[in-house]
Every structure is written in C-alpha cells, then in structure tokens.
Design a protein around this ligand. Structure first.
Ligand code: SAH
Length: 362
C-alpha cells in the first residue's frame, strides 16, 4: 500500500490536487483544506460536510493528524508547554505564551537538535530527526485548539517563533513549506511577517532566506562577542566564525524593508559572557559591521545538569546600558514558563516535577 499522505502539511492547491488524484472535484479539496486549517479539525470523521464514503476513503489514503499530545503543563504565568509525540514516537515540544496584545507560539523544527550549544538542554538529546511540514503546522493547530477551543478564532493576533527544539535552518525547506500553508487566508492565516526564525548561524541558509520573497523575520543566537568564547559555547562557530556570520547578516540587512530590523539573541551566563568588557566587545563587533540590529538579552534559564547560572539583574542592566551607550537597541527578554521548563533552552522532553501533568486527549 502507498504511504498515507499527511494533509496538514499541504497548501490549499496541493490538497485540491491530492483530492483530484482520488477522483474528487476541486471544491472537495477546498472543503478538506478548510476542515484542517480553518476549523482546525484533527480527523476526517469530524468533517461532517463530507460524504461518509469520502471520509472512509480519506482514512485509507491520508492522515488528518500525525502528532499525539502526551502531556500539557500550565505555568503560573499562563504559559503552556505541550509535550507531543510523532507517529514514530519521538518527542516534540511546543510552548504557547499569552501576552496582552498577542499570543506567541514557540514551535520546534526538529525533534532534538544536532548542534551542541553548551548552555542549551535540547542539545543533550542529539538530533532525533527533522520534523515534516505537517508536524510543524500541527503544533500550531494543537496549541490554538487547546488555548481557545477547536476552530475558535483567536481573540488576539498570533505570532510564531521557530525557537523551540532544533535548528530551523537545518530543516529550512520543510519550515518554508509549513509557513506557506499557514499563511493561507482560508486557513490559519498566519503570514510570514508574524513569524521569526532563529538560527545558531547556518551561514549559507541566511543567504538563502534573504532571497525568499515572502519571508519570516530573522534572529541570530550570538551568545559570545569573540570567536574564542563562541567556539566553546556554540561549536557551530568553528564552521562559520563570527566574521562570516556577520557578513552574511550584513547581506541580509540589505534586503530588509524600511524600518525592519533583525535581532541578535544573547543568552547571559554569569561570569562567562556578561562582563562590561564583553559588552563593549559585543557593541564594537556589531558597530564594526555597521549592523542595524537590535539585541535581546536572555537571562540564562536554569537547565540542570548544565554548569551555568543566570547573570544577576544588575549585571544584565549594566550590560544593556553599555550596549545602549554605543547606540545599540537592547531589550531584556523576560523569562516565561520557567516553572514548567518551558523557557528558552529548557526543552528536552522532560516531564515537570513541580506540577502534576494535566493530560489531555489526543
Ligand atoms: N537553534 C536555533 C533555535 C533555538 S532558539 C538557535 O540557536 O537560534 C533558542 C534560543 O534560546 C537561542 O537564542 C538560545 O541562545 C537560547 N537559549 C538556549 N539555551 C538557553 C538557556 N538555558 N537559557 C536561556 N536561553 C537559552
């Protein structure tokens, strides 16, 4: 038997042609697409506008969902973390972050991660595999359904960040396919302008993204102002050192729309990369490449057994004021969902020990 096709990863036009291959007219394809992406249904049996026979046929040749929800944790600050499993039993994690004016969904691009950043817990899993477009789209559908009810229109805008597990630029084609699917106004209608993709610095892919017409925003994880330290913290730096990374960023900057900026993320590790001298080095590095970027300082989130502590608030403030005195826009990212291990660098398929998991049906 041919392998079942995962419909949540297909665009409207692709769903229509798939339905045509089983002898169905185009409007049936549009109905199925709306069932999956607008009504956010996770099985063909719930698509009551389709004839029973067609639902049965679809169950034979396609899948309306592939991920199952293992557990859900709700933080005291409202952040929700979902631990899901792929059909082949690999962990996928997604975080839903409610904010006053919008919600942010932090999704994973891979199960585990092949990069070996020393401060990130996900690194300890190694790469299990890259996720498919369907698995990326489903994470968003699951989070929205859980937060608001199946198919209920979110009351606020939804922003997406590819900052969960994995290196998105090592799975760029699947990611861009997922973004095309999600942008459809007859579906989730989350356009690339609401999406930010974060990379540890896969230089050729930064250049590739620069050429994509409808592209998401870019964030770069920096974590160190010198090659010496960055080689240690983020081994990917040995392949693409800072000079190459920042020159690719410069090329990317030339393609920004007026007013658009990209972001550098800088995780703050006490006594490792947070001194005033390192703040000056960072500012000089960015200014030397005359980059119009802003910097997000992320206090390190505790992630045992990693040997780091977060920088103190005063240290973070001083670091920020040094950057600002040198003309660099700097923000401090408030950690969300630390109590449920949902914060940056804490995703490693771990069950929370602080809270009883609230298990929900898949
Ligand atoms: N691989 C991509 C996507 C992951 S984004 C990337 O590296 O950009 C995850 C972000 O969280 C990165 O900016 C990383 O620097 C940051 N991070 C990782 N571990 C962290 C930790 N323990 N505390 C705070 N931030 C962390």
């Amino acid at each position: 038997m041919k392998q079942a096709v995962d419909l949540p990863g297909l665009s409207k036009a692709e769903v229509v042609s798939f339905l045509e291959t089983i002898g169905e007219p185009a409007y049936r394809g549009r109905q199925v697409f709306a069932g999956l992406q607008h009504r956010r249904l996770r099985s063909f049996d719930e698509m009551s506008d389709l004839p029973t026979q067609l639902r049965a046929r679809l169950n034979e040749v396609a899948r309306a969902s592939t991920l199952t929800i293992e557990s859900r944790y709700v933080s005291s600050d409202g952040t929700r973390r979902y631990l899901m499993k792929t059909h082949d039993n690999l962990p996928v994690e997604t975080v839903f972050i409610p904010e006053e004016r919008r919600d942010t969904i932090c999704f994973s691009s891979q199960s585990g991660c092949p990069l070996q950043c020393t401060f990130c817990l996900t690194a300890q899993l190694g790469l299990l595999r890259s996720l498919t477009p369907a698995e990326i789209v489903e994470q968003i559908i699951i989070a929205l359904n859980d937060a608001y009810g199946v198919g209920v229109k979110p009351p606020r805008g939804t922003n997406l960040v590819a900052m969960g597990a994995g290196e998105p630029f090592l799975n760029l084609d699947a990611l861009l396919q997922a973004l095309r699917v999600m942008a459809d106004k007859d579906g989730l209608f989350i356009v690339p302008n609401r999406v930010t993709v974060s990379t540890a610095g896969v230089v050729p892919k930064i250049r590739e993204l620069a050429k994509v017409p409808e592209r998401p925003h870019l964030a770069i994880s920096l974590a160190a102002p010198t090659d010496e330290l960055r080689n240690e913290l983020m081994p990917i730096n040995k392949k693409w050192p800072l000079a190459e990374l920042l020159s690719a960023c410069k090329d990317f900057e030339r393609t920004l729309k007026p007013g658009e900026r990209f972001t550098f993320e800088y995780v703050m590790l006490a006594g490792v990369n947070d001194s005033p001298e390192q703040a000056r080095q960072l500012a000089n590095l960015l200014n030397r490449h005359s980059l119009r970027a802003k910097v997000n300082l992320i206090p390190h989130n505790p992630a045992e057994p990693l040997p780091y502590r977060p920088s103190s608030e005063d240290t973070v403030e001083e670091f920020k004021s040094i950057l600002e005195s040198k003309g660099i826009h700097t923000y401090v990212r408030r950690p969300r969902g630390r109590d449920i291990f949902a914060a940056c660098g804490q995703l490693a398929a771990r069950h929370s020990t602080l809270l009883e998991p609230q298990t929900i049906g898949a």
